[in-house]
Write a protein that binds this ligand. Structure first.
Ligand SMILES: Nc1ncnc2c1ncn2[C@@H]1O[C@H](COP(=O)(O)OP(=O)(O)OP(=O)(O)O)[C@@H](O)[C@H]1O
Length: 284
């Protein structure tokens, strides 16, 4: 089930005996030799070292690991917010980073969701969701139509004209997901998007994210502290070790889709979650 290596290759790592989901496409995101050293006040901090990972189109990757192991750093490098110190990141063959300068064309394929929804309070939900389209010069009629379609997809129908303050935390995160999807990115990067939600809302959002993933066919990289959430959602769970952040293991999750609340009571689910917890414990 679990492969220990620093060099991961999508074609060779699925060593569970079950083939990867047949609907997965070619490699879409590729990290090769990615390292990151921060220049902190008290000296250099090696946050990531030699991270190699190939992610296929439509695949759902969960990224887990102890606090400070470099999950956010990796996601920020993938999303073009932070240049790597070494190595390359490619989206559909296009390098996101050329040295310290980023390729905005390559980043058009990427949507981002953070722990905070970061909606503009003075804009309605439709205006917030369609903002990326406005910035791309899409005309008002087309962007409102797209935002309304997304409200339907994320379960915000009826709240198109509401303001963020009139929505619950879970609803605001749905709006943030819809906004990230507005320009039809093929890659969705999510940094603990449900970390601030209560347990029940979080379970619901996981089911909804699964449906959104199935409906859009997006490639997802999802950072979480919750092992069970990671396993529930993922095709593969990538576990990072800290100081410096390296890939410790890549675990395939061959559970049938769609997954439901019953999935979490299954023997296989429990076995995968326990295996990952043991690996995490071994590091402390
Ligand atoms: N801007 C920065 N300057 C200096 N060091 C940083 C900076 N950002 C992160 N670090 C360090 O890099 C390492 C990785 O941090 P990162 O935030 O990526 O970890 P993480 O796994 O996302 O943590 P958490 O789970 O707590 O969010 C940590 O040791 C952190 O202190």
């Amino acid at each position: 089930m679990t492969q220990k290596a620093t060099v991961q290759d999508a074609a060779s790592e699925n060593n569970t005996g079950s083939p990867p989901r047949p609907e997965l496409g070619p490699v879409e995101l590729e990290l090769a030799g990615v390292s990151k050293v921060y220049q902190a006040r008290l000296g250099l901090v090696e946050a990531l070292s030699d991270v190699n990972l190939s992610i296929r189109r439509g695949e759902f990757i969960s990224l887990v690991g102890r606090s400070g192991c470099g999950k956010t750093t990796l996601l920020r490098i993938l999303s073009g917010l932070l240049p790597p110190s070494a190595g390359s990141v490619r989206a559909n063959g296009q390098s996101i980073w050329k040295g310290a300068s980023r390729d905005d064309e390559a980043l058009k394929q990427v949507g981002l969701v953070f722990q905070e929804a970061n909606l503009f309070p003075w804009f309605t939900i439709v205006e917030n969701i369609s903002l990326p389209l406005k910035l791309r010069g899409v005309d008002r009629k087309a962007r409102v139509a797209r935002a309304e379609e997304l409200c339907e997809l994320v379960g915000l129908r009826g709240f198109e004209g509401a303001y963020p303050r009139e929505l619950s935390g879970g609803m605001r995160q749905r709006a943030a997901i819809a906004r990230a999807l507005s320009a039809r990115p093929s890659i969705l990067l999510m940094d603990e998007p449900f970390g601030a939600l209560d347990a029940l809302t979080r379970d619901k959002m996981n089911l909804e994210l699964q449906s959104i993933h199935a409906a859009t066919g997006a490639t997802v990289v999802f950072v979480t502290h919750s092992i069970s959430e990671a396993v529930f959602l993922a095709d593969r769970v990538v576990l990072l070790t800290p100081r410096p952040g390296r890939i410790r293991s890549v675990t395939s999750v061959p559970l049938v889709r769609p997954r439901s609340v019953e999935t979490e009571t299954g023997v296989e689910f429990g076995r995968i979650v326990r295996g990952l917890r043991v690996e995490l414990d071994e590091e402390s």
